[in-house]
Ligand binder design. Sequence first.
Ligand code: KG4
Ligand code: ZN
Length: 338
Amino acid sequence: MIVLGIETSCDETAAAVVVDGCHTMASVVSSQIDVHHPYGGVVPELASRKHIEAIVPVVNQAIHDAGIPLKRIDAIAVTRGPGLVGSLLVGFSYAKAVAFALDIPWTGVDHLEGHIHAVFLEPDPPPFPFIALLASGGHTCLYHVESYTVMRTLGQTLDDAAGEAFDKVAKMLGLGYPGGAVIEKTARSGNPRKIIFPRAYLDKSQYDFSFSGIKTAVKRYIQTHPEEYLRQIPDIAAGFQESVVEVLSYKVIRAAQERGCSHLALVGGVAANRRLREKVTSDAALQEILVHIPDPALCGDNAAMIAAAGYHRLIRGDFSKMADDVYSRSPAQSTTIS
Ligand code: KG4
Ligand code: ZN
């Protein structure tokens, strides 16, 4: 089955063509970073307008790159939520229109479920069941993944998402937006043990996260060292990154051990972070747990992951209806994505 995937939940307009939920024929991502950069974060109204401009050329590019005519598409998968409603509506309405015009089935996909499906686009996906840590700009969740469509939430952030903390700390340090990649780059010349920020393990037996305390600790350090901090930016970036990475690594490995899973996956934009990839891989190896991390291009928002997740719904006949609407917050966030 050839599925056209469409993703417009935040600030990336993306389209992809994926065969049988695992083989990517084309994947196009048009980023709006330049548009939002001057504001230090995503401006929802601007994001919607840019999606409207980009959606047709991005889908056409994906079809062109796949080297097939549009009529060869068997079905469409589109992000339904969570995300910015105005942005989601652009992709969702467009998908409805194309599905209606081609008279083919279509399905709305949960963005978080999509992120997990990024691992199935790689050559050596984890066997079920496995633990997945989704760390992105909007979410930080741990899942017990039982099948392509059943992912039970074990824990999630109680406040900021991990990527959000990276973005906010980068802003405080004057490093720009988005913050994840720039903090990682700045941290390379810093010493992670010079300035130690708190690790928020919460109750160590639980799988929930909290990143607002680390963010506040960085803010307090800047306020109490108003001149000194300017010379210490790499050490602050490295200390902050280490604190977030240690907590994420500890919790995902603990979840795998306690649930008896010998495989775990890291997904979402933060999974592009090299220090996180290294630390989880080396710590998990000590426990004989295998780590699966998609290529960095598949960690951030893309439409191939949406097409992959959609495929498993489409083959079960789980089609969406023209009356269906998008959602800004996922009802699945605290329960089961199934
Ligand atoms: O998955 P994603 O592209 O979009 C959401 O669904 O949110 O994730 C974006 C987030 C941003 O907060 C960004 O700062 C973070 O992922 N990020 C990183 C890195 N690259 C992107 N965080 C840490 N290190 C990175 N290298
Ligand atoms: Zn995302």
